[in-house]
Design a protein. Structure first.
Length: 274
């Protein structure tokens, strides 16, 4: 079932949530592999996790600013820090990702620009997300992806992006979504360094393999996904999501895309009501 409000960010609700079920919680962790760059060892990605409020966010500083001598990673890091502070200082138990993103954006003054995706687990068993650009997340249930956020681009390899420059986008340019989740679902979030280099079936296979071997360890799952994406990014002859998108846009590109790679994994588990 799809529902859309009149808000400019197109809030959509996917599927119905059974509020009679036990409440849920997220077990979250991440792995980050910045691309090799002696001048910028931190890379341009950033993230935050708030276990208490069951919220996380990822951001990817737009690398094109480097041509102007600007490290967009500073913008991404400041944006995610401000988002984490907005969650911490906000009303407990009622986090609205869009409001968080708006507040973080208004307080971020660094030069540069960044994509951003913020996701919160609500009390009624929904993931509520606010997303600008091509960072995003997917929800895996068994062998299937029940939801994947839509990448927002003006054209190939040019995503919507938050920033202080007049030509940059605002939070209202992005999208909000709500998707119902249940016990056993696995959420994989990341920047385009992940989604440009691994196909959906690759990610599902890694989640199943690692979870089947060692159980619910989001740190290890995130590590294996990130390392697989890095390996794929370094191949120059195998097809990747990035190479296929390049071909569709009329460009010749073989193999993966060297980039910072952020992977955040969250397992959805039952949390019985007290």
């Amino acid at each position: 079932m799809l529902e859309e409000t009149e808000r400019p960010t197109k809030l959509r609700r996917l599927c119905d949530s059974d509020t009679t079920k036990k409440s849920l919680k997220l077990i979250m962790d991440f792995w980050y592999l910045p691309k090799e760059n002696e001048l910028n060892p931190q890379g341009e990605d950033s993230l935050f996790i708030c276990d208490e409020e069951q919220v996380f966010g990822v951001a990817d500083g737009v690398g094109g600013w480097a041509k102007k001598g600007i490290d967009a990673g500073k913008y991404a890091r400041e944006l995610m820090l401000n988002a984490a502070m907005a969650v911490k200082d906000g009303s407990k138990g009622s986090v609205n990702p869009y409001t968080v993103l708006e507040e973080a954006y208004s307080k971020t003054k660094a030069l540069g620009s960044s994509t951003a995706c913020i996701v919160a687990l609500t009390d009624d068993n929904f993931l509520h997300s606010a997303n600008v650009g091509d960072s995003g997340f997917m929800v895996i249930r068994g062998d299937n992806i029940i939801y994947k956020s839509e990448a927002q681009q003006y054209r190939f390899n040019c995503p919507l992006q938050l920033g202080n420059h007049p030509q940059c986008d605002r939070p209202s340019s992005g999208y909000e979504f709500k998707v119902a989740v249940e016990d056993g679902d696995v959420i994989v979030a990341g920047t385009d360094g992940l989604f440009d280099n691994l196909f959906e079936e690759n990610i599902i296979e890694i989640v199943k393999e690692v979870t089947g071997c060692i159980g619910i360890y989001p740190y290890r799952v995130a590590q294996m996904i990130a390392e697989s994406a890095k390996i794929s990014s370094e191949y120059n002859f195998l097809p990747t999501p990035f190479s296929l998108e390049a071909e569709m846009a009329g460009y010749l590109h073989s193999g993966g895309k060297i980039d910072d790679i952020t992977v955040l994994v969250a397992f959805v588990i039952s949390s019985p009501l007290a």
